[in-house]
Design a protein around this ligand. Structure first.
Ligand SMILES: NC(=O)c1ccc[n+]([C@@H]2O[C@H](COP(=O)([O-])OP(=O)(O)OC[C@H]3O[C@@H](n4cnc5c(N)ncnc54)[C@H](OP(=O)(O)O)[C@@H]3O)[C@@H](O)[C@H]2O)c1
Length: 314
């Protein structure tokens, strides 16, 4: 599921190069055809919208029997502080990724080899405890919880979870190529491995889960050490250190807030980052953050660097 783009497409490429017969899905025949042109080997594809039970049923009618299932598709993510989360946004997020993965997995059961495997791709937020990501954490955490129980209930079918960190996929194509390169350089530079992930590294991890018959109920972080870093930032309280954050009229839609000395803003590094990331109006614009001397950090990566460093802004 999700084989037409990013990690899913790369997974199809890796598995196909290893000699597997691969079937991909996406919502339209056009995206499937484009993806198929990028996968060498034995690869076919059928349309599937995993938010639609009839579409899911029709897909599994066409594919016949399966040895392994990898769910790498994405859904609408909901970001923001818990106190501001809207029920309807959260419902949409669950209806897409969680119920989508649920529908596909349940429909696949009759087709899957008894001792085959299922791999769910979630996201690091579910175990990072970063303020501003409760919605994303809830959706991905629900998949994780479901998968652990499935591993026991459906044995000898193996069920595993892949938790990616930041990967260079088309999901970030709303940025200009320069912004994207700058952003990945900065974010990747914060990681022990010094770079963001390449989609085929998820493909390799899916391949591991498929091949290793002694691995089930497992969760694998493929995140360049991001979870480890976040753990320590949380321990140090860095995610709570942002006392004031500003964006000018050219900014990404964050409101300027004047905070009293010592008052802690509700914005968190994660929320600001995610707002910048998902606010299409940010495209081609400058993210404006002020340093402690009141000078604006007008450079995209400098602003993120400052945010990530957990610096206090006045
Ligand atoms: N990229 C990252 O940094 C990152 C980090 C952590 C977690 N993740 C997770 O990793 C997974 C893959 O992300 P990605 O960056 O590779 O995403 P992507 O490049 O945007 O690909 C998303 C895939 O999901 C498919 N899809 C979306 N909605 C669908 C639906 N309703 N029914 C069927 N297929 C649907 C898309 O197919 P069509 O468009 O052809 O329909 C596409 O193949 C996602 O679950 C994401 O949350 C990504």
């Amino acid at each position: 599921m999700g084989g037409t783009s990013g990690m899913g497409l790369a997974t199809a490429q890796v598995l196909s190069s290893e000699g597997y017969r691969v079937i991909i899905s996406g919502r339209s025949q056009d995206t499937i055809n484009k993806a198929l042109s990028e996968v060498a080997g034995d690869c076919t594809g059928f349309p599937l919208d995993f938010t639609d039970a009839a579409s899911v049923a029709s897909f599994f009618e066409q594919v016949g029997s399966l040895d392994h299932l990898a769910l790498v598709g994405s859904g609408k993510a909901v970001w923001g502080n818990f106190r501001d989360l809207k029920l309807e946004d959260l419902k949409v997020a669950f209806e897409q990724k969680f119920y989508g993965f649920f529908l596909c997995t349940q429909a696949a059961l009759g087709k899957l080899r008894a001792d085959g495997s299922i791999t769910f791709v979630i996201g690091g937020a579910s175990r990072s405890a970063i303020p501003g990501t409760t919605g994303v954490a809830a959706v991905n955490g629900a998949i994780q919880a479901m998968a652990f129980t499935m591993a026991k209930e459906l044995a000898p079918l193996r069920v595993n979870i892949l938790s990616p960190g930041l990967f260079d996929t088309p999901v970030y194509n709303w940025m200009t190529p320069e912004q994207k390169a700058d952003f990945f350089k900065q974010m990747g530079g914060e990681l022990p491995v010094g770079r963001v992930g390449k989609p085929d590294e998820i493909g390799q991890a899916v391949s591991y889960f498929i091949k290793n018959g002694f691995t089930t109920g497992a969760i694998l972080d493929v995140d360049g050490g991001d979870g480890y870093i976040k753990y320590w930032l949380n321990q140090l309280g860095c995610f709570r250190n942002l006392t004031s954050l500003f964006s000018g009229s050219r900014g990404v839609g964050l409101e300027q807030r004047d905070l009293a000395e010592g008052q802690v803003a509700h914005e968190t590094i994660a929320e600001v980052y995610m707002q910048a990331l998902h606010n299409k109006t940010a495209q081609g614009k400058t993210f404006e953050v002020y340093n402690e001397k009141g000078n604006p950090l007008t450079n995209w990566s400098a602003a993120f660097a400052a945010l990530l460093s957990g610096a206090v802004f006045h």
